[in-house]
Structure formats: C-alpha cells, structure tokens
Design a protein around this ligand. Structure first.
Ligand SMILES: Nc1ncnc2c1ncn2[C@@H]1O[C@H](COP(=O)(O)OP(=O)(O)OP(=O)(O)O)[C@@H](O)[C@H]1O
Length: 650
C-alpha cells in the first residue's frame, strides 16, 4: 500500500498536477477563507502570550466602555470586563469545543456507518434504526435534553453536540460503504483470505476517508454555531468563563444600550464560521478535482463550440466530412488537446476503422461529431463536421436532437451502462423508435420486435420483456445495435462495441454489423484498438496518435505495407494465430500527454527512425505516391503524417 501511495504521488508529480495547497489557494474564496482562519487561529493560539487583562476580572467602575476607550480597545461589558480579552479567550474555547465535537462525531459516526454498510443485514438494521431514533428528534431539542440530563457546562454541551451529529456522519458513510462493500476489489481482498477488519480498514476506509475529511471540514463551522447556541441559552460555558455563545447571550440584554457587547462576538462567530466553510468547500474541490473541472456540473445539451475560423463546405457526396476538427478540455490552467485537427470523410455505406492506443483521441473524436463531449470541461475549438450538407458544429440543439439517433446512431462499448436497468429491452428499443417516428404504441412494439429479430435475437417477441440483466453481454450489445438501427441511420458510430465480448461473440457482432451495413447502406465509423477487428470489418482504416490521424488508407494496403512507423509498430503488436515464432513488438515508451505535446511529430520520441527534422514544425498528413511492392500507382488514397515514411514519397 505504501508503494502504491508513493506511485500515486510520483504519478501526480509527473502529470504536473499542482500540490493540494496550491490548488486550495488557487480558489480565491478558499484563499480568503484560509487567510481569515489562519489569522483567527494564530490569535487564538497566541492569546496566553498577549498582554491582555484577565478576561474574568470585573471592574464595575469601568462598565460598558465603548470600543476605542483608553485601555479597552474593544470596550468593556456590563461587568467592566475587557471585551478584547474575553473575545480572544472565548474564541479559543469555541474553536476547541467545535473541533473536539467534530472529531468525536466523525469518529463515532464513521465507525457506525462503516460497520453498518460493510456488514449489511441485521447489523445494518439494528445500527441504522438506532440512528433513525436519534434523528427522530429535532436536533436542538435533543441537545437540550442531553444537557438537561448531564447538567449544564461546556464539556456536556460538547458531548451533546457530538451526539446529535453522529447520525449525520453515520448515514453519509454508510451510504458510501454500501456501494464500496460490493465492489470487485473488496471481494478480491476477501477472497485472498483477509479478515473483515483488515478489509474494512485496509480497503474500504481509504476510499471513504476523503468523504469523512470533507464532511468534517464542512460541519466544524456548524458545530461551533451549535455550541454557541447552547452557550447562548446558558447551557454551555458557565459564568465567568467566556465563549462566543455566552458572550452573545450576555450582550443580548444590552442590544440597544451597548450594541458592541453582542455585535463583536457576533462578528467573530460570523468570520470564524464563514472562513471555515470557505476552506471546507475548497478542501472538497481539491479532494475531488472533477468538481473543479466542472465534470459534475450539469453539462449542456451540446458541446460548446468556439472556432476562430470555419473551413469551407466540402463537395457534396460523403455521409460525413470532418475537416480540421479540434476538441480541448480545460481544467484549471491546463489545456488538454484531445483532438488536434482531424480530417476524415465517409462515403455512403463505407466502413472506416479508427485505430490507436488508449488515450489517442478516438472516443473524443467520435463524440465531437454530434457535440456529445460534455461542456464543461470540453470545447470544440476548430474545424467543421458536415453531415447531410450542414455544418453540425453550428447546428441548433433541436437540429442536433433530431440528428442523434436519427441520421446518426451510436453504439458504445458497455451495453450495461447504456441500457437502463429498470426498463425492459423491448421498451428501450420502442423508445428509440418513437423518439424520431410518430408511431402508435402497437406499431412501435411491432417495429421493436422486428428490429430485435433483425439483430438475430432468438425468440425476439419473448425477449422483448426481458430486463438487461437477464441477457448475456453479446445479446445486450445486439439490443444496443437494434436501438441504433431504429431509425435507419446513414451513419453508425460504434465505439469499441466488441471490446467487452469474448472472441466468438465478437465475431458474431462484427458479422452482424457488416451484413446490416451492406443490407441498408449505412456507413460505419468503427473505433477500436484492434487491427484484427478492423481487417474483418473495415474498407479503410485511419490510425490516430496523440489526437491526430497519422495514417489513412484502404485496410488491406495499410496492413500489408504501413507507411508510418507508428502504424507498423501497432501492427507488429497484434499476435497472429499459428505463428508462435512471430516476435511481438511492444512499442517502447508512452504517448505524450496531450497538455504538453512536443513540437513536430508526436511519435518522434518513440520512433526508431526519428531525425532532427521530425521535431521541427507542424507535419501535415500528405498523400503518398507509388505502390510499396510493385512501384505501381496506388489503388486507393494513402496518406501519412511523416517526413520519412517507410516507403513512397510524402
Ligand atoms: N474530461 C476530460 N478532461 C481532461 N482530459 C480528458 C477528458 N476526457 C478525455 N480526456 C483526454 O483526452 C484524450 C483522448 O481521450 P479518448 O477517450 O478520446 O481516448 P481513446 O483513444 O478513445 O482511448 P480509449 O481507447 O482508452 O477509450 C486522453 O488523453 C484523455 O486523457
């Protein structure tokens, strides 16, 4: 676990992610909160060393002096005690009580939540019913009741506040633990023979810890307020001891004659709670970078488009024409150029494979076509996507809605996440049909059954009422293909639809896609990292690297004679059945991070043939001339983004 933690730390350093502190202070509100909190905490810590009068010594002759009076910077209260001294000593007490109550509530509540969520069954029921019982009372009444039983006093107020907040932690942590306790890594730990406490504290707790920290940071301010509330009612700090709540309570009677007595502790409570809350929010953002990047914010209906220039419309003909498409993600100061200028056309009925290593930008390219990349953090910053003669990057939300699932359909990798678990597969196919065709329920049902038959689901009418979990992975993917076909699309974008399937089912699904595309004339953009799959299905293949297409051409030609060294290396990685002697060449090194792309060719660092000119300026995707084997002109279009292709002239 230590090495894992070190690994994570060095990975964070390598990725250039700023330190948590820098992230925290980069948030202006949190930085302000932190500055105020540090100032208050420093004053509270240094209070015993400051030349202040005794906070509890009364001096009736000096009562109710105004702020600024000689020898009493913030004035005196109704007993002549120095308000500055009482304020600082009182703040110390309030912070200490708030922190202690938070720590006790977090410890007890988290433990109950962890055990209940992990054990489940009767243990969960008993613990949670106990928690429900505590929650059944209004919290302030419960706190009052506890103090009434234990007797007034600061320590008892602390216990009361801690107890009433235990359910808050318990319920939060139980919910998260419930989800985690059934995850594969927890099962794996159990199967390896680890004891329950070892699994709970070694596997589950580290995943829950950020939530506990975030909950603590956001509740400590609340607890300080609650303690102040009890002291205000005379149930917390007892005279002559000062805490912020008791000072406020004492000043209440003098609100009109000497407002400073209550306003000053009131302002301190405000500053303290506000700064703690701002820092708490900042900590939450740091621990969950998705919040900062906006990934959890509700994305818009379509990816935001901010283009400097718009390429000219292409000649009519292709189903899809992509020209210079660029998509970026912005997180803080970083810009991830996931798609850095992609050009691609698909003729009617053509099947094109988009191949590349993980992270090369295949999925973002596919999603950008219909502006499905979430904004924030994604933005399309350049290019043109022409479908049906129109530039879809300028289309209205309504036009995009009609296009999605209509002219263009998507099939994704994991049907379990695409299909709704609570609706039957038949209902979901029907819904796909009715989203674009005004059919009656009866006609839509008949059409849905026909589509299920078309994707070769046996006993389609009977399977109509099955839920996704009742079908095998291959069957579920067929249902997704049926949904994609629902409105006779001109283009099907299939993003690794066979990766999660075993080879036999994969072959069946590929055969199905091929026959459906031939039968209906739908073009297919097939995303995969597997050249074997491409060779079975696709007429042409485009190879992507670091957000750009580095080679494109007819599949058979590219496979027989790759021009880009990266394509050649990728093909060398594919094992060939019956050729055990064939050396599998792994590609050394890693692709560059898309927020720090190098000058020139992005593959140069890993390329055995790289020379100085490869690292110089932009390298364009140029047509290649000449057949590598016979010297004849090529049958199809071949192009590579390389100054020194493995054959031919660039
Ligand atoms: N929300 C995001 N914020 C920042 N970067 C992102 C985000 N989503 C994707 N990226 C980056 O965009 C790049 C392209 O990702 P993409 O998912 O398109 O790759 P891919 O080739 O489809 O990979 P895979 O085969 O693993 O799906 C990657 O470098 C990825 O880290």
């Amino acid at each position: 676990m230590v090495s894992l933690a070190l690994g994570r730390r060095s990975a964070a350093a390598a990725s250039g992610r700023p330190s948590p502190f820098r992230l925290l202070v980069a948030n202006r509100l949190s930085a302000l909160g932190l500055a105020v909190l540090v100032a208050i905490a420093a004053l509270a810590v240094l209070t015993p060393l400051l030349p202040l009068p005794d906070p509890d010594v009364t001096d009736p002759a000096q009562r109710l002096l105004r702020p600024g009076a000689e020898g009493a910077l913030l004035g005196t209260d109704h007993l002549g005690r120095d308000i500055l001294s009482r304020l600082l000593w009182g703040t110390r007490v309030s912070i200490l009580v708030g922190l202690s109550a938070t720590a006790i509530a977090a410890l007890a509540g988290s433990l109950i939540g962890l055990v209940a969520g992990y054990a489940g069954g009767a243990t969960d029921s008993v613990l949670m019913r106990g928690i429900d019982l505590v929650m059944a009372f209004p919290y302030i009444l419960l706190a009052l009741g506890i103090v009434a039983v234990l007797g007034p006093g600061l320590l008892n107020a602390l216990y009361a506040i801690a107890i009433v907040n235990v359910p808050f932690f318990a319920r939060n942590i139980r919910g998260i633990t419930l989800g985690l306790a059934r995850r594969e890594f927890v099962d794996a730990a159990r199967l390896s023979g680890a004891s329950h406490p070892a699994v709970l504290f070694g596997e589950v707790l580290p995943n829950v810890l950020p939530t506990i920290v975030v909950t603590m940071s956001t509740t400590v301010g609340w607890m300080i307020l609650e303690t102040a509330g009890l002291s205000f009612l005379g149930l917390g700090a007892q005279p002559p001891q000062a805490d912020l709540g008791s000072m406020l309570g004492e000043g209440r009677k003098l609100l009109f004659t000497a407002p400073h007595v209550s306003v000053i502790p009131g302002l301190m409570i405000f500053a303290l709670v506000m700064s703690i809350n701002l820092v708490g929010d900042g900590i939450r953002d740091v621990l969950d970078p998705r919040l900062k990047s906006g990934a959890l914010a509700a994305p818009g209906a379509a990816t935001a488009v901010r283009r400097d220039t718009i390429p000219d419309a292409p000649a009519p003909g292709p189903v899809l024409a992509v020209d210079g498409l660029r998509t970026e993600f912005r997180t803080g100061d970083r810009v991830y150029k996931a798609v850095g200028g992609v050009d691609l056309t698909l003729a009617p009925g053509e099947r094109v494979g988009l191949v590349g290593e993980s992270g090369s930008g295949k999925s973002v390219t596919a999603l950008s076509l219909l502006r499905l990349v979430p904004t924030p953090p994604g933005t399309i910053t350049g290019g043109r996507v022409t479908i049906g003669g129109d530039d879809q990057l300028a289309a209205s939300d309504e036009a995009l809605r009609r296009l999605r699932g209509g002219r263009v359909a998507y099939v994704f990798q994991d049907p379990l996440t695409t299909l709704h678990p609570l609706f039957t597969v038949g209902d979901q196919v029907m819904e796909a049909v009715r989203a674009h065709q005004p059919l009656s329920a009866r006609a839509a049902r008949a059409r849905a059954i026909e589509l299920l038959e078309r994707v070769q689901i046996p006993s389609a009418a009977a399977r109509f009422d099955a839920y996704p979990h009742e079908l095998s992975g291959g069957m579920r993917q067929r249902v997704c293909i049926a949904m994609a076909l629902a409105n006779d699309p001109e283009l099907i974008v299939a993003d690794e639809p066979t990766t999660a399937l075993d080879v036999t089912v994969q072959a069946q699904v590929l055969k199905l896609l091929r026959s459906l595309s031939e039968e209906r004339g739908s073009a297919v953009l097939f995303i995969t990292h597997d050249f074997g799959v491409v060779s079975e299905l696709c007429d042409r293949v485009a190879v992507m690297y670091a957000g750009r297409i580095v080679e494109i051409g007819p599949t058979a030609e590219v496979l027989a004679a790759p021009a880009h060294p990266y394509t050649a290396k990728l093909i060398d990685c594919v094992p060939v059945l019956g050729q055990p002697e064939r050396r599998l060449d792994a590609i050394e090194g890693l692709p560059p991070a898309v927020d720090r792309l190098p000058e020139g060719c992005a593959f140069a660092e890993r390329c055995p043939f790289a020379e100085a000119r490869c690292r110089d300026g932009d390298i364009s995707l140029d047509n290649l001339s000449g057949d590598p084997l016979s010297g004849d002109p090529l049958s199809g279009d071949r192009a590579a983004r390389c100054v020194k292709p493995l054959w031919g002239e660039a």
